[in-house]
Write a protein that binds this ligand. Structure first.
Ligand code: ADP
Length: 889
């Protein structure tokens, strides 16, 4: 118990699995929690006593699954092993923590999703002064060594992390409690751990010690390590020299990213007392390096999972994903979530995809070849971490074996025609260090080694003289022992004599009861059993000793050789990582090429302009759900100078959201380097895509749908630029019709007048079509509908001009509302459209107004009289004011 309590004290926030013989036991609260969540039987130690300790346990061979389950439930797990041989230990067997498993640092291959990175992230909030609302963010995938850090504004954190989706957040205790961190933590449902965040100098030193070159660091001469403390002390004097403020602020900002990086590295490293993290490079990036996609856009556009059900099936990722390897799948996901904003870089990716699309046979061949290659990144990671099994090394060997052929396939195809596009870089696949490692593994490892070292031969014959000799002795010894059986039978004349083996006595000779009279004198009796007696001979004992010594030496020597091989693999970690990355890029480009070929995508023209021009665009996901030719393509032309805001009206279910989402998808696809579902497309680069589509799902926070909608709209209006693409669907729907129309109207005006961002605005308030009269860059479009014998047919075709009516009742009828309700609704609508007021309801009478204009002045008057000041919020008041001005204008 002492040992357990010591360990528990060090790891109060974790569930401690304490090894006792063949079980891992848990005690106290750990046991209570684990018993409940893992469905184990809760028992007690020292049964019957007053203060009996609750405990429960899992068999050691089944621990993996239980640990995985605890991790998925968000727990941290500490594993304390017996670190002494129980046979040799004097007194209590010593135990020590050998592994810490956390939701963010989780290496269990069987439980990890192959195509998704497993990240732990650190957050550091800026101190006082200018950097106040800045944050340092770093995240790390301990299975592959992917490691990035950035400094960003506090209000960008949620969006960035929504894309990274770390499973665990570490930060100082204060920062964890802060609003900004607590909010993202709740949304991500990430586990948290408080850590001590290193100061900037300490962080730089820690990163340097981990062998990570920091790109763009100021030359060491500028900030020599010993001088640093003095410099820090001198800082309060800075305001006296205002010219120094700007560069200093920049450096402070960068320091935040580095401090977060050092913190997350240290945290992850501490979980792995037995090995090093496979981290070879830290990428310091800016959030502006990628197309801005906020949390809502990622969710609304169903980029990697659907809104309902949160499944990959039905997402854009699923349509694009034809990758053949896990690293490829992870990279594709990253490309999709972080499209580019650099035209040259986008074109380089397009070149690669185009090259493959032009060579469908090569593309198919490459994908087939890639399919044979295991997850090189994670295998390399496991060697560095020291958790690689013999089978892992064999898989690494087999993966490496296929690299040269893959490289050759690409270069051969290139040699016969044009040059290989630079993105398809094969150099890391044929790196001499990688080739050397492969040769070593191929020569040393048996073809199919067991998972566990103790389960059999790992090193080939002929590699190590000692191993060969021991194997010969062990095998030879066993053969000799069998020979003894034959000889002893002959000599003693006992035909049923048998040489047998068990763990307690080793080899022995067994004689059945009826033959006991014929036992030779030199046999030594060992044990009596029901069927007879067991004996040993000096010769047998000697041979057995020889076999055992040989086997022990063999095991030790194999372990030594195996450890050497793992170490050699770990030594080329940077080269393996580069090869893995190159492979991932090739796979991802092949996947994009495959999607382009299968679904008839074309290469878009991406440029620095602001024009967005799409001919016959399609929705990449919805068209897959329909039969060929069923999806109706649509054009789209957006240009902040002329056709800036497309106001799309039409009844529900007409296809408005589908159209708008497809434009956003096409832009994202274009900027990630993919081909797009359109006959032709020109994409003037976007800096951000904002969306406000579909049902809000943030009701858990206690806000009304309308509040969420307004908050998201406010964020868009605050952040959109002329280069952004804004997609708004049914803004204002969450409130009364009158408020809704007013807000929608005012939002459109703002987007037109103040921002001039390319905007798609869908609404079923057909009153908004009047906007185009006063705003020159607003264009009305509607989704065509054909009326047919009092019913409607959706044509899915976008046509110029606004919808004249909303067809709400027809849609309601299609949805199956009772016939009596429909006909009553028609009757009421008829009266409203005729200008009549229903009298009882101010809402309805207002509606009548909008629908049937009366002279402007009386409208203003009447509207004013109807305002119930006691029931009006300031926001509503503003909207009313805007409406009054419009009515009066
Ligand atoms: P709205 O936003 O106008 O209410 P949606 O965009 O949700 O309508 O479209 C409703 C349904 O119509 C979609 O789920 C899809 O099945 C179908 N649809 C939409 N656009 C098209 C199209 N261009 N071609 C074929 N079917 C479409």
């Amino acid at each position: 118990m002492r040992q357990f309590l010591d360990i528990k004290e060090q790891h109060a926030d974790a569930i401690v699995l304490f090894r006792l013989g063949d079980f891992y036991e848990m005690f106290f609260d750990d046991a209570v929690v684990a018993a409940r969540q893992l469905d184990l039987t809760l028992t007690t130690r020292d049964k019957g006593k007053e203060d009996a300790v609750p405990m429960c346990g899992v068999p050691h061979h089944a621990a993996r699954g239980y640990v995985a389950k605890l991790i998925e439930l968000g727990h941290k797990v500490v594993i304390a092993e017996q670190v002494e041989d129980p046979k040799l230990a004097k007194g209590l067997v010593r135990r020590a923590v050998t592994r810490i498993v956390t939701p963010g640092v989780f290496l269990d291959e069987e439980s990890l999703e192959p195509g998704v990175g497993r990240y732990v992230a650190a957050i550091v909030r800026g101190g006082a002064g200018e950097a106040d609302n800045l944050l340092g963010l770093a995240y790390l995938d301990a299975t592959t060594g992917e490691f990035r850090a950035a400094t960003l504004r506090a209000d960008a954190l949620a969006d960035e992390l929504a894309r990274v989706a770390p499973r665990e957040l570490v930060a100082s205790a204060d920062d964890l409690a802060s609003n900004v961190v607590a909010r993202v933590q709740r949304r991500l449902r990430a586990a948290t751990s408080p850590v001590v965040i290193p100061e900037a100098d300490e962080a730089r030193a820690a990163l340097a010690e981990a062998g990570l070159p920091l790109p763009g660091e100021p030359a060491p001469a500028r900030a020599p390590a010993p001088a640093a403390p003095g410099r820090r002390r001198a800082r309060p004097a800075a305001p006296a020299a205002p010219t120094a403020a700007a560069p200093d602020a920049g450096e402070d900002a960068r320091a935040l990213a580095l401090r977060a990086a050092a913190a997350v590295l240290r945290y992850a490293q501490a979980t792995q007392p037995g090995g090093a993290l496979p981290v070879v490079r830290l990428e310091v990036y800016e959030t502006s390096d990628a197309l801005g996609l906020d949390e809502t856009a990622v969710a609304d556009l169903e980029l990697v999972e659907t809104m309902l059900g949160k499944r990959k099936h039905g997402s854009l990722l699923e349509v694009l994903d034809h990758t053949a390897t896990a690293p490829g799948a992870r990279l594709l996901r990253r490309w999709l979530l972080f499209p580019l904003v650099d035209v040259a870089a986008i074109r380089r990716r397009q070149d690669a995809v185009a090259w493959l699309v032009e060579r469908p046979e090569e593309l198919a061949g490459l994908l087939a070849a890639l399919r044979e290659i295991a997850d090189l990144e994670r295998l390399a990671g496991r060697t560095t971490l020291g958790v690689a099994t013999p089978r892992d090394l064999a898989r690494l060997r087999d993966a490496l074996a296929r690299l040269p052929a893959l490289a050759e396939r690409l270069t051969r195809a290139a040699a016969s025609s044009v040059e290989l596009p630079p993105v398809l870089d094969v150099a890391p696949l044929v790196d001499p260090a990688v080739a050397r490692l492969h040769a070593r593994l191929a020569a040393a490892l048996v073809d199919a080694p067991p998972t566990l070292l103790k389960d059999g031969a790992v090193i080939r014959d002929g590699v190590d003289a000692v191993i060969d000799e021991c194997r010969r002795l062990a095998d030879g010894g066993k053969e000799e022992i069998l020979a003894i059986e034959v000889r002893e039978r002959e000599q003693s004349g006992i035909g049923s004599l048998k040489v047998r083996y068990n763990r307690v006595f080793g080899y022995y000779i067994e004689i059945s009861k009826s033959q006991l009279g014929r036992v030779p004198a030199h046999y030594q009796r060992k044990q009596t059993v029901a069927t007879g007696e067991r004996y040993v001979t000096a010769e047998l004992a000697e041979l057995e000793r020889k076999v055992q010594t040989a086997e022990a030496t063999l095991a030790e020597r194999e372990l030594q050789r195996f450890t050497e091989l793992v170490r050699e693999a770990a030594a080329v970690a940077p080269e393996l990582s580069a090869a893995g990355a190159a492979l991932a890029v090739i796979d991802t480009c092949c996947s994009l090429g495959e999607a382009a070929l299968r679904y008839g995508y074309t290469r878009p023209d991406v440029d620095d302009g602001l024009v967005l021009h799409i001919e016959d665009g399609r929705h990449p996901v919805i068209e897959r759900l329909l039969r060929a030719g069923e999806f109706v393509p649509n054009d789209c032309h957006l240009d902040p100078g002329a056709d800036q805001l497309l106001l799309i009206t039409g009844p529900n279910m007409a296809g408005k959201s589908t159209f708008m989402r497809q434009i956003a998808h096409i832009v994202i696809l274009a900027q990630l380097g993919s081909f797009v579902p359109a006959r032709r497309a020109t994409i003037g680069l976007c800096d951000r895509i904002f969306t406000r589509v579909g049902a809000a799902d943030d009701l858990s926070a206690g806000d009304s749908t309308f509040m969420v909608e307004m908050r998201e709209t406010a964020a868009i209006l605050a952040r959109a630029t002329r280069r952004s693409l804004v997609v708004l669907d049914e803004v204002g729907r969450g409130t009364s019709t009158f408020d809704g129309v007013s807000i929608a109207w005012a939002v459109c005006e703002f987007l037109h007048d103040a921002i001039a961002a390319r905007t798609l605005f869908a609404t079923h308030y057909h009153e908004l079509v009047a906007l185009a009269e006063s705003r020159p860059r607003v264009r009305n479009f509607s989704v065509a509908v054909r009326e047919h014998h009092g019913t409607i047919v959706f044509l899915r075709h976008l046509v110029p001009g606004g919808a004249s009516r909303s067809y709400g009742i027809e849609v309601a009828r299609l949805a199956g509302l009772p016939r009596s309700v429909i006909s009553r609704a028609r009757q009421i609508l008829g009266r409203l459209e005729g200008g009549a007021s229903l009298g009882q309801s101010p809402q309805l009478s207002l509606l009548a107004h909008v629908a049937a204009p009366t002279p402007a002045l009386s409208e203003v008057e009447r509207r004013l009289r109807e305002v119930d000041l006691d029931q009006t919020t300031p926001l509503e008041a503003l909207a009313i004011l805007a409406e009054l001005r419009r009515l009066g204008a």
